[in-house]
Design a protein around this ligand. Structure first.
Ligand code: FAD
Length: 492
């Protein structure tokens, strides 16, 4: 039986990102993935939002995704495109990139460069946990022992079910057929609305298959549709099947929305779709999962290496459950705005009118893009609990920017005042101390410009844990809470 500090069930986007975070923190993590191939079937998620690009930038890999995708200037809220270009982030776009490409680029980084071990073509079928670890059973008879088990195994999560974690939420009220097809004809691409709902035909680039999304009258279908059903549905909406030749992928999704009641039970944790499922409207599923992983990774690493007590893991649920709940809420709101009847038409027109106001637009864009997340880490400076902006700074080594300081996934204590009396103090080894002068403005989405901090303690996930002056006793408390360390010891 092989023994690992952390076993991750599922090598989708969430599982790979978590594996990267743990490995950067020096923790032994193994991914178990049921699929034999790295390539996910179908296009599924269509892109990356600004905050996901930022967290990838914090690790120095955002450019790889940007080079492969196309930058779009607007976030979609139901059928309304909302301009994102004036939001204060370097990544003020939606990066259009199919999930298969996102997963390929992640896999190259995680498996080929970081060397994370993966058991491919193996399925976890059950587990039991005790006080010291988790025994994991694989299909076909293998077994593993893990210190912690993380279910990144998608919406039907075996890990969630076996752990007995409830998955409350709302059942499906609408169903959609989705397919990637080849057609002899050249249909007009775009949206069509009728009394059933909104239908879409799209193609991202010449030579790519056409993506078909059709609202269905009936939500009671089980499993994926076949080509005949797709053809019938096209004829019923458009009066023709456009010479449908074949489909490389046909699937179905619904507007069911559910969220795990607990993101942790003992030594078992959930992240990504295993913890929350909702309709794809707004494109938040993959993005929320990657960001769950970045919140969990450093905390789990610190618990595994004994730096922090187990209860640090409870902050994962406390911080990420509300974010997941908001993703469910906004996705369901977008479904409601797409319903085709007079009342919903009136609602959509009213909301669209309101979103014409800049402040309303910026708020909604920041929410969908994940830029407005604020964890409850206390009052005081508006930076506390929010993601640190990627401000240009100048250190003794030359100009840099804050996200470059986060590359190795370690906490950073950034001081921006005059060099101080504590400059020669010994700081807890895992906290990187950086003294810098600020070049850029400190502007937060939704909040606006904020006073530059004298010093800020930045967690590895990029969220600010503390702001103040170095002599402030709150710094020692924050260091202890988050990094199991007390304040600086004066060097002799
Ligand atoms: C039609 C459609 C459109 C979408 N559009 C968007 C979008 O535009 N933007 C967006 O952000 N999201 C979108 N999503 C959602 C997105 O695809 C998911 O949120 C995302 O894939 C979740 O990633 P994950 O890693 O959490 O789970 P998954 O991608 O589901 O990965 C789970 C992995 O676990 C493996 N696994 C499962 N059980 C086991 C087991 N017992 N043992 C071993 N391995 C196991 C699976 O093989 C899989 O590889 C869309 C989804 C669909 C279906």
């Amino acid at each position: 039986m092989s023994d690992h500090a952390v076993v991750i069930v599922g090598g989708g986007p969430t599982g790979m990102m978590l594996a990267a975070e743990l490995t950067l923190a020096g923790v032994d993590a193994l991914v178990v993935e049921r699929r034999t191939s790295q390539v996910v079937d179908g296009s599924r998620a269509g892109g990356l939002h600004a905050r996901t690009l930022e967290v990838l930038d914090q690790r120095g890999v955002a450019d790889r995704f940007i080079a492969a995708g196309q930058r779009h200037p607007a976030v979609s809220f139901s059928l309304t495109p909302l301009d994102i270009r004036d939001l204060p982030t370097r990544h003020n776009c939606v990066l259009a990139l199919w999930q298969s490409h996102i997963e390929r680029i992640l896999a190259e980084w995680v498996y080929d460069e970081l060397g994370v071990p993966v058991l491919r073509g193996r399925e976890v079928v059950s587990f039991t946990q005790d006080d010291r670890g988790v025994d994991v059973a694989l299909a076909g008879g293998g077994a593993l022992r893990a210190g912690y088990l993380v279910g990144c195994d998608g919406g039907r999560s075996m890990v969630r079910k076996t752990a007995g974690i409830a998955f409350p939420g709302s059942a499906a009220a609408t169903s959609w057929m989705i397919a990637e097809v080849e057609m002899d004809g050249e249909p007009e691409l775009g949206f069509r609305r009728d009394r059933v709902g909104t239908h879409a035909l799209g193609r991202r680039a010449a030579g790519e298959p056409i993506r078909v999304v059709l609202t269905e009258r009936d939500v009671g279908h089980a499993g994926a549709p076949d080509l005949r059903e797709l053809r019938d549905a096209l004829v019923s909406v458009y009066g023709t099947d456009f010479g449908l030749r074949g489909a490389s992928w046909i699937s179905r999704f619904t507007d069911a929305a559910r969220q795990a009641a607990e993101y942790r039970r003992g030594r078992v944790l959930l992240a990504g779709d295993a913890a929350h499922v909702h309709p794809p409207h707004g494109g938040q599923g993959l993005n929320t999962g990657v960001q769950d992983a970045v919140n969990l990774g450093w905390k789990l690493a610190q618990v595994v290496d004994g730096t922090s007590p187990e209860h640090l893991l409870d902050t994962y649920h406390a911080e990420r459950h509300p974010v997941g709940a908001r993703a469910l809420r906004s996705a369901l709101a977008m479904v409601a705005l797409g319903i085709a009847d007079d009342r919903h038409d009136a609602l959509r027109e009213t909301v669209t009118e309101l979103l014409g106001a800049d402040e309303a637009r910026r708020r909604v864009v920041a929410m969908i893009a994940g830029l407005d997340i604020r964890y409850e880490l206390g009052d005081g400076h508006p930076l506390i609990g929010r993601r640190v902006p990627d401000v240009d700074v100048r250190t003794d080594d030359g100009p840099t920017r804050i996200y470059e300081l986060l590359r190795d996934a370690r906490p950073v204590l950034l001081t921006l005042g005059e060099p101080d009396a504590l400059a020669r103090a010994r700081w807890p080894g895992r906290v990187r101390r950086v003294h810098a002068r600020r070049d850029g403005a400190w502007t937060l989405p939704v909040v606006g410009e904020v006073a530059a901090p004298e010093a800020a303690l930045i967690r590895p996930d990029g969220h600010v844990a503390w702001v103040g002056a170095l002599a402030d006793p709150g710094l020692s408390r924050a260091l202890e809470t988050w990094f199991g360390a007390t304040g600086p010891a004066r060097s002799s």
